[in-house]
Design a protein around this ligand. Structure first.
Ligand code: PGA
Ligand code: ZN
Length: 425
């Protein structure tokens, strides 16, 4: 036990996220005066199996207040954690899980638990005078992730006629994180210029990508390829494409209803559709191509396309080691999306990542569509040697907070920094 890292105080209050909804900000103070702060994000297309975000469900803030969750932190959690060692992350997280006592963390709220869990890690890192990525990842944490930048928004993140939720550009041809950000930023602006030229609106969606009223997913993909070329890069060589279909949103009674397309497809027909998109466009990654309960469909698409295309489980795995284990057994996906707020503590996040690595899965750290200026996922992507991160467009402060933090880390690492590679295609 290290007496200087004993918790002396925990204080939570509410702040606003990028969609203007309340969320939790928490500060943990230690015996030596070190402090750590964390703010939690919030999703829109949340998976059914995610841990529960505790909201007040009362008139204030359109039922989205987080006063109950804050009350839990400033009451029971503070009472039980003061005097405990913040450097013992496992024990802190175990205690948080026990205090909540429910399967999906709905008693105190996964939002409350994550705020405390991350603030403890930050406070302890500060006590040891270490950067968070070093504190969590150790001396060899030097691998910079490839950024997956969401430059066109559809689905639940925009109201524009696109069924697919996220169209991302992946500048894997770069040799550094800074180089990748340059490519991404230039393609993003090229896309804006092309849309303007064709009289499409250039208003932004929730994740900072453009949200033009397009006729079809194919039209959106054609614009992306043109934007890559217009910026002077080679599609598929320097910059490729990635999609997050968020297909749980389309699923009802065994079928997939693509509202804007006006089609209802069976699982195998939807896989045919993805296959044709991957043939026509330089797509290297497909996230949630099928619904969160469709393990069979995920196994089928992984078998059919998984050698060439990364198949990413988000709503399917919800950063949960048990669900990932089932996916491993049933050969679903080859990459797991990691969103700490889906599972509620840093230790459980680490456990899921380690399980994924043991079984040869790729790791992609992820933001949520409702974000804050907290950049913890940037540090975690380096700490866990993830190799990939998605944090929306290279625009809007809550998105660039993560990318800017990674630029800072790469700058600090200098010659030691390594850049991720995409193992497929
Ligand atoms: P969400 O979307 O944060 O609204 O859930 C992000 C995603 O589906 O990856
Ligand atoms: Zn997703």
């Amino acid at each position: 036990m290290n007496s200087s890292t004993l918790i002396t105080h925990i204080k939570a209050r509410h702040i606003f996220d990028s969609r203007g909804n309340p969320t939790i900000f928490c500060k943990v103070t230690l015996a030596d005066g070190a402090e750590g702060c964390a703010a939690v994000p919030s999703g829109a297309s949340t998976g059914k199996y995610e841990c529960i975000e505790l909201r007040d469900n009362e008139k204030a803030y359109g039922k989205k207040g987080v006063f109950k969750a804050i009350y839990g932190i400033n009451g029971l959690i503070r009472e039980q954690l003061v005097g405990k060692d913040a450097a013992d992350q496992e024990a802190i997280d175990r205690l948080l899980i026990a205090l909540d006592g429910s399967e999906q963390k709905g008693t105190l709220g996964a939002n409350a638990l994550l705020a405390v869990s991350l603030a403890c890690a930050r406070a302890s890192a500060a006590a040891f005078h270490q950067e968070l990525y070093r504190y969590v990842g150790g001396a060899f944490a030097c691998k910079m992730p490839i950024p997956f930048m969401n430059v066109l928004n559809g689905g639940r993140h925009a109201d524009n006629g696109l069924d697919i939720q996220e169209y991302m550009i992946v500048p894997h041809g770069a040799t550094s994180f800074a180089g990748a950000m340059r490519m991404g930023s230039e393609v993003y602006h090229a896309l804006g210029a092309l849309l303007k030229e064709d009289d499409y609106r250039t208003a932004l969606g929730d994740e900072g990508g453009y949200a033009p009223a397009m006729k079809s997913d194919e039209e959106a993909l054609r614009y992306l390829v043109r934007a890559i070329e217009f910026a002077g890069y080679r599609p598929g060589k320097d910059v490729s494409l990635a999609l997050d279909a968020a297909a749980s949103e389309w699923y009802s009674e065994g079928k997939y209803r693509l509202n804007h397309r006006g089609h209802t497809l069976k699982g195998n027909e939807l896989i045919d559709y993805y296959e044709s998109l991957c043939k026509e466009f330089p797509i290297i990654s497909l996230e949630d191509p099928l619904a969160e309960d469709d393990f069979e469909g995920f196994a089928a698409i992984t078998e059919r396309l998984g050698k060439e295309v990364q198949i990413v489980g988000d709503d399917l795995f919800v950063t949960n080691a048990h669900r990932l284990m089932r996916g491993i057994e049933e050969r679903c996906c080859n990459c797991v999306l990691i969103k700490p707020n889906q599972v509620g503590t840093l230790s459980e996040t680490a456990k899921t990542i380690h399980l994924a690595k043991e079984h040869g899965y790729q790791i992609m750290l992820s933001h949520r569509s409702g974000e804050t200026e907290d950049s913890t996922i940037a540090d975690l992507s380096v700490a866990f040697f993830a190799g990939q991160i998605k944090s929306g467009a290279p625009a809007r402060a809550e998105r660039t907070a993560k990318y800017n933090r990674l630029l800072e880390i790469e700058d600090t690492l200098e010659e030691s920094a390594q850049f991720g590679t995409i193992p497929l295609k």
